[in-house]
Design a protein around this ligand. Sequence first.
Ligand code: C2E
Ligand code: CA
Ligand code: CA
Length: 500
Amino acid sequence: TRLRALAPWHNGVGRIDTHTLGIVLPQLSSLKETLPVVQQILALNQQLMSLQGQDAPVSLNIGLSLFPNDSHDAQRLLEQALIAVDQGLHQGRGAFEFYAVGMNTQAHDRLQIQADLHKALKNDEFYLNYQPKLDFNSGQVIGAEALVRWRHPHHGFIPPSDFIPVAEACGLIRELGAWVLQEACRQAKIWQDSGHLRGPMAVNLSALQLRDSALVTFVNDTLVAERLPAHCLELEITESVLMDNPDQAIEILQALRQLGIGLSLDDFGTGHSSLHYLSRLPVNKIKIDRSFVQRFEEYPEDAMIIKTIIGMARGMGLKTVAEGVETASQCAALKKLLCDELQGYYFSKPLAAEDFEGFINNRLASGEFTFSDHQQRTLLVIDDEPNILRALKRLLRKEGYRLLLAGSVREANALLATHAVQVIVCDQRMPDTTGADFFRGLKQTHPNIVRIMLSGYTDFTAISDAINHGEVYKYITKPWEDAELIETLHNAFDKYDIEN
Ligand code: C2E
Ligand code: CA
Ligand code: CA
C-alpha cells in the first residue's frame, strides 16, 4: 500500500517472490526524475510496519534498471534490476544500486563460486587459520579465533569475504558452518591437552545458522564427540542475528549459554540494532569493530565511541575485545581505556595450525609478550584556529613527535582519554573557554603533563596569574619564532622525562 501511494497512476506494483517487490515507473523519462522516487522509497526503510499486530521495522534494498538505456526487453530489465538488488545487499541495508554493465559477470562469478562450493566441501578444500587473542593485563594468549580458508584448485586462495556471502545465499553455510565447528573443536581439544591453548576457541556463526533450533543439539553433540568442555568454546555472532526473528535467535542463544558456551558479539558498533534488543542478547563479550580501532587515533569521535562502548560493556558486566589492532600506540591507548583483550596483526596474523603451535612454543620459551613501556613523545595542540594547527603541523613535521590536534577543549579531552600525552600547547583565547581555565583543570587531572600556553594577545593578567599558580610551564606569543618554539617543546619533553 505504501509503495502504491508512490505510483498511484498505474497498477505498477507487484510481488516477484516472497521477499521481492517490483515497481514499474513508466512515466519517468530520465535518471534525474528517478532519484526523488528512490529517495521516497528508501524513506520507508526503518519505518515500523504493523505485521500481525506487532510493529516490525521494514528494511529494504533497491535495484534499478532503466528503459531504454539498459535494455528494450521487459524480461531483461527485470533480471537486471534483480542483479542490482543483489549487489546492493552486499553493502548492507538501505542500499540502492543501478544496474551496470559488468554486474552480469559478477553475478556469473557468484554462480560459479556457488557451484564450486559444493565440490569444495566434498574435496576437502577448506581449512582453518587461528588468530591468537591476548589478555591486556597478563599479556598472555587467552584464546584463538578460527577463520575459514578456501584453497580453490584453479583460482587459488579465495577470501571468506568472497565466499561466505555466497554460501549464505545458497544455504550451503549450514554445512560449511558445521564443518568449521567440528574442525575447530577437534583442534581445540588437541591444544587444550598439549597446553598450546589455555582459553576458549572462538568460532564464527552465520545468522542463518541461528535460525535453526537444531543448532543447539548439534553444538552439544560436537562437544561431546570431541570431548571438549563447553567453556573451551566461544561462538561469535553479529547483530544481524536479530534481523528477522529476534525472539527465536535469543532463545537459541540462551540455550547455548546454558550449555556453558561463551558468546561474543562481533563487529560491534557497525549495525543498527536497538539497545533494547542488544541488552536482551545473552552475550558475555563484545568485540569492538576494527573500523573504530583503526580510525580512533585520527578521529576524536571514534575515540569517544570506543570509550563509550567499553564503559557500557563494563556497566553490563561484559568483557571487551578490540579487533584489528595493528600498532603499538593503538595497543597502549586501548589498554589505557581498560579494554580486556586484543586481537590483530600487531600481535599476530591468523596462522595455520602448525604455525600457531610454533608461535606459542616461541612465546613460552621467551617469556610471554609484554607491552612495551616505551612511549612515543606525544604532543597535543589545542587551538580553535585551523590555520595555527596547520602551521604547527608543518613546522613540527621533522621533529619526530606524535602530534595530536584538537580544535576545542572537548576534542582535547577525548584525545586525552585515549592517548598518553606528555606535553600540551593550548591557545589562551578560544570561543568556549580560556587556556588558563583548561590548564587549571588539567593540573588536577593530569598533573604530569607539561603545559605550554599560546597567546595571541598581550593578556598579561591571565598569563601571569597562570604562571604564578604553577599552571603553565612556558608561554609563547603569536606569531612565534620557529626556532624558539621548537626549543621550548624540546625542553618540555626533557622536563617530563626527568620528572617522571
Ligand atoms: P571477522 O569475524 O570480523 O574476522 C576478523 C577478520 O579480521 C579476519 O578476516 C582477520 O583476518 C582480520 N584481521 C584480524 N586482525 C586484523 C588486523 O590487525 N588488521 C586487519 N586489517 N584485519 C585483521 P578474514 O579471515 O578475511 O575473515 C573475514 C570475515 O569472514 C570474518 O570477519 C567473518 O565475518 C567471516 N568468516 C571467517 N571465517 C568464518 C566462518 O568460519 N564462519 C562464518 N560464518 N564466517 C566466517
Ligand atoms: Ca569474528
Ligand atoms: Ca569482527
